[in-house]
Design a protein around this ligand. Structure first.
Ligand code: COA
Length: 328
């Protein structure tokens, strides 16, 4: 079985921060940011709730699908920047969009989250015959967890949301999901303060760098090394299952973290970057929202057309990675 992406919608908060704007917070410049990351600007949510951005993108996707929200049977939201520990943002959005017959839950797989969420939707559609439509939303407000005094990380991230309405279909589909928790300390934000005098029977917490709660820590170089390997590995692992090659893929939609990661991964796959959808220049890294934001924009611009073979490839904190190959 596979899926059909019926429609998509996206939402970006109004405020835009350019590279120049970062000079107000940290010692940086446009040239450094552009050449090291490919980023020129990104959107900022301010105190706009994460769920609210998700609701806006979901409403657009539902309207474009032309369905009654009551026909949605499941709402899955991918986020690492929830407004709540509980309830899930999925429950909030389920109520706010009128999907009154849906069950709902959140997924946290960091920047791989949309890939995880769509693959989860596919599995639910495969096993629950009463399920007709799944609403998948990725919504992120990274700016709320960014240390604006850390010039190595604050310039990378942006906020936004995108959503998809999905149904089952017999179109081509393959997926691959992976996680390597030994890399947890390379990219993390703590939710509670760990008391150092409390000893547990595991050395997992040893070696975690110090960082205040709710602020993102990143070992940029290590994450970079992981990302340039994870992207081709994730693609190949899904591709081998259905015997498809990178040449046969029409469009790659990778996680938008850094243009250099995308260029190196394309080289590792032996293909040109022209097949890659790139929005990191004006979105920055919006974690799990980055793949659907790029996908939605490319569909709206006509860069992705019905019948094309797509590879969605994510990687991020966890460390997680994964990919989905599907026909649009
Ligand atoms: N502006 C100007 N200089 C900066 C800077 C900034 N915003 N951030 C760091 N620098 C400086 C550093 O202090 C360092 O100076 P030094 O040589 O005097 O010590 C120099 O630039 C090089 O820093 P370094 O960290 O080695 O740069 P880099 O080439 O590794 O690039 C990243 C940094 C963060 C862009 C890069 O490591 C990266 O993209 N990593 C992956 C991040 C990522 O994608 N994370 C999300 C994954 S989901």
């Amino acid at each position: 079985m596979g899926i059909n992406i019926i429609s998509m919608g996206s939402y970006l908060p109004e405020q835009v921060l350019t590279n120049e704007d970062f000079k107000k917070f940290v010692d940086t410049n446009d040239e450094w940011i552009r050449t090291r990351t490919g980023i020129c600007s990104r959107h900022m949510a301010g105190w706009e709730p994460t769920w609210y951005m998700g609701k806006q993108s979901a409403l657009k996707a539902i309207e474009r699908a032309g369905i009654d929200p009551k026909e949605i049977g499941l709402v899955i939201v991918s986020t690492i920047t929830s407004d709540f520990l509980t309830p899930s943002i999925a429950s909030v959005i389920q109520y706010e969009v009128g999907a009154e017959n849906a069950y709902a839950f959140d997924i946290n797989a960091a920047c791989s989250g949309f890939v995880y969420a769509v693959d989860t939707a596919e599995r639910f559609l495969r096993t629950d015959e009463n399920l007709k439509y799944v609403l998948v939303v990725a919504t992120e407000a990274l700016s709320r967890f960014t240390d604006f005094e850390d010039r190595g990380t604050c310039i990378l991230f942006g906020d936004g949301s995108a959503a998809a309405v999905i149904e089952r279909s017999d179109k081509m589909y393959s997926s691959f999901l992976a996680s390597d928790g030994s890399g947890a300390r390379k990219l993390f934000a703590r939710n509670v303060q760990i008391a150092s005098q409390v000893k547990v029977e595991s050395d997992f917490d040893d070696g975690f760098p110090e960082k205040p709660m709710h602020q993102l820590y990143q070992d940029g170089k290590e994450v970079y090394k992981f990302a340039v390997k994870a992207l081709p590995t994730a693609f190949r692992s899904a591709a081998e299952k259905i015997g498809i090659t990178s040449e046969e893929i029409d469009r790659f939609v990778p996680h938008q973290a850094n243009i250099r990661i995308i260029e190196t991964a394309a080289k590792n796959l032996g293909i040109g970057t022209e097949k890659f959808i790139v929005t990191v220049d004006h979105h920055g890294n919006t974690s799990s929202a980055s793949i659907p934001l790029a996908l939605c924009e490319a569909i709206e611009k006509g860069d992705i057309k019905r019948g094309q073979k797509l590879a969605l490839v994510g990687f991020g904190a966890g460390l997680t990675y994964g990919s989905i190959i599907l026909e649009y």
